[in-house]
Design a protein around this ligand. Structure first.
Ligand code: 9D3
Length: 241
């Protein structure tokens, strides 16, 4: 998958994209990430990319011409791409949306800055506007990194069968069970006995119950839609909330 990112701060991406899973996905040729400096497409002597809002009000707005020119350049490298805009006004990113985006042939991600972009650029070029949650960021770059990370893990071949995305939280609608590794006792806290028992049916049941309890405590909203068995419901009814 080709991903082109349009930003006023391309340097912000280098560290995060040069490590770990995103690095490996690029090295394997499964994901190709291009960074584009929007300012390079400004035609005036001062490379102006923002201007004051019509109608007045605080802050600045991203000018349409450099942004449109930058999108058109990215589109030449990435002709079948879906154009995304990171914006606090967007639809919230979810696992389902990430799965949907991972199936596209390419993405062009426009990183919003200032108060946002000129509405005509959104109308003419943007297919989907995405937020990463209800809190205020300084701009769209960190949100674009989150989108690329979530989507890259879902591109076929990026994860090995061990780390397979099918086991991730949210794929069964519940939060994950707790994990332990050696040593068996750490600062007087022991690993739950059942995990050392070798009884795989009992371990699976314990993990399911832990996932159910944890989800009820941290994310009760997920229990409304998670597919629960009759046994799950009985367990929740008889265990402490
Ligand atoms: C004054 C109204 N604010 C909108 C809620 C202005 C404003 C705040 C923050 C305008 C732009 C921004 C910068 N944020 C993003 O570009 C952004 C974002 C976010 O702030 N939260 C969650 N997801 C995203 S995606 C892009």
């Amino acid at each position: 998958m080709k991903v082109d990112i349009l930003t006023l701060f391309p340097e912000m991406f280098r560290g995060p994209f040069d490590e770990s899973i995103i690095r490996r996905a690029q090295d394997k040729g499964l994901v190709q990430i291009g960074l584009h400096q929007i300012r390079d497409h400004a035609a005036d002597r001062h490379h102006t990319v923002d201007d004051t809002p019509y109608g007045g009000g605080a802050g600045m707005v991203m000018k349409p011409e450099p942004l449109a020119a930058c999108i058109e350049t990215a589109r030449q490298h990435n002709p079948h791409a879906t154009v995304l805009l990171t914006s606090p006004k967007g639809v919230p990113l979810s696992h389902r949306l990430a799965v949907d985006l991972a199936a596209r042939p390419g993405l062009i991600i426009v990183c919003g800055r200032y108060e946002g972009i000129d509405e005509r650029v959104r109308e003419l070029f943007v297919d989907q506007e995405i937020s990463i949650g209800d809190y205020v960021l300084s701009g769209g770059e960190l949100a674009a990194m989150v989108v690329v990370d979530a989507v890259t893990r879902l591109v076929p071949g990026v994860l090995g069968s061990e780390e397979s995305a099918a086991n991730d939280s949210f794929s069964d609608g519940l939060l994950e069970y707790p994990q332990y590794t050696r040593p068996p006792v750490f600062r007087n806290h022991a690993v739950p006995e059942v995990l050392l028992s070798g009884n795989h049916a009992l371990i699976a049941q314990w993990r399911r119950q832990q996932a159910l309890q944890r989800t009820r405590r941290q994310r009760p909203d997920l229990l409304e839609t998670a597919p629960l068995t009759e046994q799950d419901r009985r367990f929740l009814a008889q265990s402490h909330p």
